[in-house]
Design a protein around this ligand. Structure first.
Ligand code: G4F
Length: 337
């Protein structure tokens, strides 16, 4: 019989790639989606429009325990991938309360409902390299202590601790992936990589004059989301639940990302990138680099993309899709309030 998986955050970058991956493996895929998304499918389901006839969507909110309980009480699941969250770090400084409520309570509600109704269902929690924050060792691995630097990072540490506590206290199969930055042509426009590649496409098409960014010296370990969702699935196929770092092992600055992305379009980033104080954060995570040896050895996980092929994929996609559009709405450079 086909395994049945429930994904929260199905409409996002990772959720859409994970759904494709699981469908390819013969899974029956279900997703929790907010009712507002169902009311506005053209805008909210852009990443999953090609999957809509193959998946089952359930309206529920991470802010409502009854709505989650309701879905889980009516359907049996073998695996649950909890990806939904307020995931934009800058926004978490603007509204720490909402970030904490959604990310911490949402994870707690999912775990509590599963414990009550389906304790045998395997649970994946989307942890983050933001949990390492002000890093205590280089590179970061599963044993590196956490020192989060934002409400978002704090909420992810809480979710990670909740997941481990359900594993230890209730003997449930609960695993966390500590995923470093992962990007793709489906990345949201507020994140720095997509902001850059979309700007490259619009500048090339004459629709935008410059690109305003914050800290160009921040270093990140960037990989491709398509590779990272495979690791999520592998974590739930193990004999025992555990936590895994998923990372490329490479580290580049935002400036280097700009250089490569603009270079892909035969442009020099120095002619277009303007540093703007509004995009700096009150507390920055200066540098991240992950050690994914455990995932490689235990899960047998290996990424297909490296930094260069990731940037190439994003730039070529944006040049094809954005340059052909009017570019009016997408050229607005939003600043966290
Ligand atoms: O692209 P970012 O906003 O991603 P960040 O903060 O590293 O977090 C992302 O990755 C985490 C790890 O997987 C996730 F947990 C999290 O949910 C999210 O997906 O920023 C990357 C870096 C930062 O240092 C930021 O200060 O880019 C710097 N940056 C410089 N200028 C900018 C900008 N970031 C954004 N978003 N916009 C700028 O204009």
């Amino acid at each position: 019989m086909a395994k049945r998986a429930l994904i929260t955050g199905l409409t996002g970058q990772d959720g859409s790639y994970l759904a494709e991956h699981l469908l390819g493996l013969g899974y029956e895929v279900h997703g929790l989606v907010r009712r507002v998304a169902m009311e506005d499918p053209q805008r909210r389901f852009t990443r999953i429009s090609h999957l809509l006839d193959k998946i089952t969507l359930h309206p529920a909110s991470l802010e409502s325990y009854p709505s989650i309980f309701n879905v889980i009480s009516r359907n049996q699941f073998d695996e649950c991938y909890h990806l939904a969250a307020q995931s934009f770090v800058a926004e978490s400084f603007s509204d720490g309360f909402s970030t904490m409520n959604t990310n911490i309570n949402g994870t707690h509600y999912m775990l509590a409902a599963l414990r009550e109704l389906q304790p045998q269902c395997r649970f994946y929690f989307a942890g983050s390299s933001e949990m390492f924050g002000k890093v205590r060792e280089v590179p970061q691995k599963e044993t590196t202590p956490f020192h989060p630097r934002s409400p978002y990072g704090i909420s992810k540490v809480a979710g990670f601790d909740l997941t481990r506590n359900y594993r230890e206290a209730y003997d449930m199969f609960c695993a966390s992936g500590i995923l470093f930055n992962h990007e793709s042509p489906r990345r949201g426009f507020e994140f720095v990589t997509r902001k850059i590649t979309a700007a490259v496409a619009r500048i090339k098409a004459g629709q935008q004059k410059d690109l305003r960014l914050g800290n160009l010296e921040a270093r990140r370990d960037w990989g491709h989301a398509k590779d990272y969702v495979r690791a999520m699935h592998l974590m739930l196929q193990q004999d025992t639940p555990d936590d895994f770092v998923v990372a490329s092992g490479g580290s580049h600055t935002v400036r280097q990302f700009c250089e490569l992305a603009f270079g892909q379009a035969d442009l020099d980033y120095r002619d277009y990138v303007v540093q703007d104080d509004r995009f700096y954060r009150p507390a920055e995570v200066e540098s991240l680099i992950g050690d994914a040896s455990k995932a490689r050895t235990v899960l047998g996980w290996t990424p297909d993309y490296d930094f260069e092929s990731l940037v190439k994929d994003m730039v070529s996609n944006d040049i094809t899709t954005i340059a052909g559009s009017s570019g009016v709405a997408s050229s607005v450079q939003t600043v966290p309030s």
